[in-house]
Design a protein around this ligand. Sequence first.
Ligand code: GLN
Length: 613
Amino acid sequence: MQKAGNKKEMKYVLVTGGVVSGLGKGVTASSIGLLLQACDLRVTSIKIDPYLNTDAGTMSPFEHGEVFVLDDGGEVDLDLGNYERFLDIKLTRDNNITTGKIYQSVIDKERKGDYLGKTVQVVPHITDAIQDWIERVAAIPVDGKEGSPDVCVIELGGTIGDIESMPFIEALGQFSYRVGAGNFCLIHVSLVPVLNVVGEPKTKPTQHSVRGLRSLGLIPNILACRSTMELDINVKEKLSRFCHVPLENIVSLYDVPNIWHIPSLLRDQKAHEAILKALNLFSVVRKPALDPWIDMALRCDKLHEPVRVAMVGKYTCLSDAYLSVLKALLHASVACRRKLVINWVSATDLETATALESPEINRAAWNSLKSADAVVVPGGFGDRGVEGKIIAAKYARENKIPYLGICLGMQIAVIEYARSVLGLKNTNSTEFDPNNKNPCVIFMPEGSKTHMGGTMRLGSRRTYFQVADCKSAQLYGNQTFIDERHRHRYEVNPDMVPQLEKAGLSFTGKDETGQRMEIVELHSHPYYVGAQFHPEFKTRPGKPSALFLGLIAAASGQLDVLLKKSVGTKANVYSPLKSGLSPHRYGNVKVKVNVKSGSFDGMYCKKNNGLHV
Ligand code: GLN
């Protein structure tokens, strides 16, 4: 990897998709990254989304799945979550390239006069901007170590032939030439459908897709063929002949019980050898060490004792809308040796209006909620289903069912408590009732009501524990503070906190000013926890996020044992007065963002109760 003059040459693996979207390209690309990491290479990744939005922040989870949030506050495509989880890395907002970002940067330069006298065009100005962006971002270390990574996996969103991706295809063709042979490897993920009638795998769609790729100047090194069953040698030979790809570079990616099997599926077919040869790295790295992943994948297959979690939300027909929450629940369930079962509950179905109009729907929703071992109210925006979520929080609190409220779910728990216990029947969040006379959740002083994109409290912020022996502090290993990712505009009204605390609701985590409530707990309940942050964005397979682990442990009768394990070291309780920061208003306190610092499972796995595991 060392060039003359000692400059390390970056290696690039481009992953494109063919035939149809939703093939699990993101998971494939993440698994390729993991396989290379297992060969002792330092891997980073870039996701290209050829839409015009600057970022994913303003997009509906209905259309694109969840908005993933990074440490630096970047609101990005959910595939970046796959990369972070699979590779255990921390990416930056620039690792997600969109058409909007590229055009914005070129137009900004044009306005500054950087192209003075020239006609600014897609080729070369947009295509150069794309290449420069990739080269700059690939060099950013993402694994906490110094120096640039060895390999950058670039995933091009969409399918070959899409009009939107044309400038990117042209740029990537030029880029493969720019970085030179031996530094660029193209993997085309395509579909080989198996027709039910004859049970025969069809290669024609892949042939067409590869022809399209070649006509655009991109030559695939490896074909990764998605199919329901393993492709036999005849099919591979046919693909090799028609697509001009060596037989040993055709990989059959068939359906597996869970996505953690994919890295070993790639390894068993020697995909790493093909990639390493294309990148001139074959002789310099070790054989892939994947044992922990294989163990985890097999352990997950064997789980049978269920833990049922009711997800009370708005987008219950689209599991991708809550992808990281599902991953966090899955990681926690595997750690507790339980098979995760999700009971999807559409919040509006729990409401009185539904009970009157469609009693069966209401009854079914209640049955689903009541048969669960735990309740999660995830993040959300807008007033639809809010009253239903409040009903679910009340049910969990009164019946001592483990509850985890995330961001909106925490605000819901506070509204419910203020209404039921403080007797403030009409209190609400000003998000849902802007003229509320006595709101318990209010708009943040520094928020913007006129601009929706990137104006929330976003990214990694610090939470200080206020009570040493509370469940959340113990679950986080009795640390003084934690850094978690945020995405919100509203927060608990600090003026109402003394009243709520007096009534038994404990704010066990606060920001450095002591004015912003970060974690809420009910000590008298087996597990009733809310977090203003989104702990799901930092969960990892084998390293489940603390509050999710607590929830699943509580739901499966293991919380006491878990908490006993973490007792011993007492948390240092933080005092805002000691820190020298003003304990009063926080609007003008500069909050330092910590920037130092693994989607769509596609059709890889059969759906299990709406959840791809
Ligand atoms: N809508 C709420 C807010 O803006 C909660 C946001 C969320 O759940 N991510 O504060």
